[in-house]
Design a protein around this ligand. Structure first.
Ligand code: PEP
Ligand code: MG
Length: 589
C-alpha cells in the first residue's frame, strides 16, 4: 500500500509502503534497489557485422573487469562468504571466456545481421531452453548462472548499472523482489543496514536471516517500492512494518529520534548478556542460538548464548556447484565448536528441499510438483545415505573438540530416526577404526518435531530420540496449510492457532513422560509475547536468532513459573483463535 500521492519513481515526494515488519528496529540510509531481471532487449538490423561484434566484445571485456574487481573485493569478506562468492564469480568468469554463450551470440550477429542485444537475448534463451530440455537438475541449476551472466552483459551493452547482492554499498538498504536462502549467504551484513522485499512471509528464510543479523526488515511490499531511485533516502521501520522513500524533513527527524531511543534500549538490554535467564520464582531457562552462517558466532557469544541450539548445515551447501567435502564441512563445524568454548553445538543434518535449494545437491533432487511435500531433509539424507555419512563423519570429528548434539530435520516416523542412528554408529566406529579423533561417547541424537504426524506420534518418536526440538516454522506451515514464505497468506500464518498449540502441548507432554529434554528452535520461541505460554507449557530450553536472545531473557526474568502455568492452562482451555490472541498479547505477569 502506498500513500503520499506520488507515482512510483517520482522524487521529491515522500512515499510510504506498508508491509510485514519481520525484524524490528529503524534503519535510515540510501536505497540500493536490486534489479536482477534482464532488461528488455531492443531488436534492430545492422549492416556492420564486425563493428557490432566488436561492441559485443567490448561489453564482454567490461563485464570481465567488473567480475575480476568483485573477486578482489570479495577476498576482504569474512572467510566463508569470501569463499562462496569467489567460487560463484569464477564460474561466471569462465562463462564469459569463449564459452558457448559468447560464441553463439557472435555467430547470431553475423548470421541474422542483428544487433548485439538481440543476439545475446537469443543466445541466453536458447541455452536455457537446451539445459531445461535435458531434465537434469544439476544442469537446470546452471540456468541461473547463464541468466545472471546474460543479465550483466545486457546491462553493459545498454549502459545500465548492474545491481547485485554482492555489491551493496556500505550503509545501504537493500530493496529487492525477493532474496532466496542462497542469496542470503552472498550478503555481507557489514555492508547494509536494512532490508525490504516484495516476497516473503514472517517465518520464511529472508525473515529469519534478517532477524538473525539484527537488520530491520519489512517484507510483502508493493512491487512499486522497487521503482524508486538508486541512492534515494529510505527509512525501514521494521517495528511498524513500513518503509518510507524520500522522507520529508519532519518524518526524518521523527525517525532519527526513534532510532536513537531504540539504540538506547538496546544498550540497556545488552547489560543482561551475563545475567541468568531465571524466573522470579527461581526456574532456570537455557537460552541458545540458531546459527546459519559461522560468522554469527561472535554476536552469539556477546548476547550470552549458552551454545548453539540449531546449526543449519544446509548453508554449507549453498552457492557452490559441487558438494562440500567431509573435510570442508568439518573445518566449518570445528571452527564453531572451538569458538563456542565448551558450550554445546547442535548440528542439524542437511535440510535441503522445499524452499531451501542448493545447486550442489541438485543432481539428487528429482522434479517435484510440490517441493514442500517432496524429497526434503531427512528423506533425501536417507535416500542418498552417502550424504548423511559424510555429514555424520564431519560432525563426529568436530565433536572431538567440544560438546555436540546431532539433530534430524523433518522426521515423520521412528524408523527414520533408527536408520539415522545406525549410520551415526557406523560412522563413529569407522572413524575409530581409522584412528580419527571422535568424542568419548556417541553424542545425543535428537528429532525435530515439525510435521504434524511427528507431533501426533511424539510418544513413539520420544522412545527412539535423545531429545526433541520443536520446529514451529514448519509445524505451523504444515498444520494450517499456509506456506511460511508466502506474503499473500502471511496474515493466516498464526502460531496461536489452537491446533498448533495442541500439537505443541502434546509433544511437550510426550517428552516429559519419556524424560527427554525438549527445546523450541522455531521462530515462535523468539517472540517474547509467547514466552509465558511456552514456559507455562513446559519449555525450559529455547534456541533463536541471537538478536532476540536478550529480549526473551528480559521477559523470562519478569515472569513467575506459577503465573506462566496458570496463563498456559487458561489459554489451552480456549478454542476461539481471537480469544487466545487477546489472552496472549495482553498477558502481564
Ligand atoms: C522450523 O521449521 O521451525 C525450523 C527451526 O527449521 P527451519 O526454519 O530451518 O525449517
Ligand atoms: Mg523446519
Amino acid at each position: 500500500m502506498t500513500t503520499g500521492g506520488a507515482g512510483a519513481g517520482n522524487t521529491g515526494v515522500e512515499r510510504i509502503f506498508t508491509g510485514l515488519g519481520v525484524s524490528s528496529g529503524i534503519a535510515i540510509g540510501p536505497a540500493y534497489i536490486v534489479q536482477l531481471d534482464r532488461p528488455k532487449a531492443p531488436v534492430f538490423s545492422i549492416t556492420d557485422v564486425e563493428g557490432e561484434q566488436a561492441r559485443f566484445a567490448a561489453a564482454v571485456d567490461e563485464v570481465r573487469i567488473d567480475l575480476e574487481a568483485l573477486k578482489d573485493s570479495a577476498a576482504a569478506l569474512p572467510d566463508t562468504a569470501a569463499e562462496e562468492i569467489t567460487l560463484l564469480l569464477e564460474a561466471h568468469l569462465a562463462m564469459i571466456s569463449g564459452s558457448r554463450l559468447i560464441r553463439f551470440a557472435l555467430k547470431k550477429i553475423a548470421d541474422d545481421k542483428c544487433n548485439a542485444e538481440a543476439a545475446l537475448d537469443h543466445a541466453v534463451r536458447d541455452i536455457a531452453d537446451q539445459f531445461r530440455a535435458l531434465k537434469d537438475n544439476y544442469i537446470a541449476a546452471r540456468i541461473d548462472d547463464v541468466e545472471a551472466v546474460g543479465n550483466r552483459l545486457m546491462r553493459a551493452l545498454l549502459k545500465l548499472p548492474y545491481m547485485a547482492l554482492d555489491s551493496v554499498p556500505v550503509g545501504g538498504i537493500v530493496l529487492a523482489k525477493e532474496i532466496s536462502p542462497a542469496d542470503t549467504a552472498l550478503l555481507d551484513p557489514r555492508r547494509f543496514i536494512g532490508l525490504g522485499t516484495v516476497h516473503g512471509g514472517a517465518a520464511g528464510h529472508t525473515a529469519i536471516m534478517a532477524r538473525s543479523l539484527g537488520l530491520p526488515a519489512v517484507l510483502g511490499l508493493d512491487p512499486a517500492a522497487l521503482e524508486g531511485h538508486q541512492g534515494e533516502m529510505l527509512i525501514v521501520d521494521g517495528t511498524g512494518g513500513r518503509i518510507i522513500l524520500n522522507p520529508a524533513a519532519e518524518t526524518l527527524r521523527d525517525y532519527e529520534a526513534r532510532r536513537t531511543a531504540a539504540e538506547a534500549a538496546r544498550t540497556a538490554l545488552a547489560k543482561l548478556a551475563t545475567a541468568p535467564a531465571v524466573t522470579t520464582d527461581g526456574t532456570e531457562v537455557i537460552l541458545r542460538a540458531n546459527l546459519e552462517i559461522p560468522r554469527e558466532v561472535d554476536a552469539i557469544l556477546a548476547a550470552g548464548g549458552q551454545g548453539i541450539g540449531l546449526f543449519r548445515t544446509e548453508f554449507l551447501y549453498m552457492n557452490r556447484a559441487t558438494l562440500p567435502t567431509e573435510d570442508e564441512q568439518f573445518e566449518a563445524m570445528a571452527g564453531v565448536v572451538r569458538a563456542m568454548q565448551g558450550a554445546p553445538v547442535t548440528f542439524r543434518t542437511l535440510d535441503i528441499g522445499g524452499d531451501k535449494l542448493a545447486k550442489s545437491v541438485g543432481e539428487y533432487l528429482g522434479e517435484s510438483v510440490n517441493p514442500a511435500l517432496g524429497l526434503r531433509a531427512i528423506r533425501l539424507s536417507l535416500k542418498e545415505p552417502h550424504l548423511l555419512r559424510a555429514q555424520m563423519r564431519a560432525i563426529l570429528r568436530a565433536g572431538a573438540l567440544g560438546p555436540i548434539r546431532i539433530l534430524l530435520p523433518m522426521v515423520t516416523t521412528a524408523d527414520e530416526v533408527e536408520q539415522s542412528r545406525k549410520i551415526m554408529r557406523e560412522s563413529y566406529k569407522e572413524l575409530q577404526k581409522q584412528g580419527v579423533q571422535v568424542p568419548p561417547q556417541l553424542p545425543p541424537l535428537g528429532t525435530m518435531i515439525e510435521i504434524p504426524a511427528a507431533a501426533l506420534s511424539a510418544d513413539s518418536l520420544a522412545a527412539v530420540s535423545d531429545f526433541f526440538a520443536l520446529g514451529t516454522n514448519d509445524l505451523i506451515q504444515y498444520t494450517v496449510a499456509i506456506d511460511r514464505g508466502d506474503d499473500q497468506v502471511a496474515a493466516l500464518y498464526n502460531p496461536l492457532n489452537p491446533a498448533v498449540l495442541r500439537l505443541i502441548e502434546f509433544t511437550i507432554e510426550a517428552a516429559r513422560r519419556t524424560g527427554i529434554p525438549i527445546c523450541i528452535c522455531g521462530e515462535m520461541g523468539a517472540d517474547p509475547r509467547y514466552t509465558p505460554l511456552l514456559l507455562g507449557l513446559g519449555i525450559r530450553e529455547f534456541s533463536m536468532g541471537f538478536s532476540s536472545l536478550l529480549r526473551v531473557k528480559e521477559r523470562i526474568r519478569q515472569l513467575s513459573l506459577t503465573g506462566a502455568e496458570e496463563h498456559a492452562a487458561e489459554v489451552m482451555n480456549q478454542y476461539e483463535p481471537q480469544r487466545i490472541t487477546d489472552l496472549v498479547h495482553r498477558y502481564t505477569p
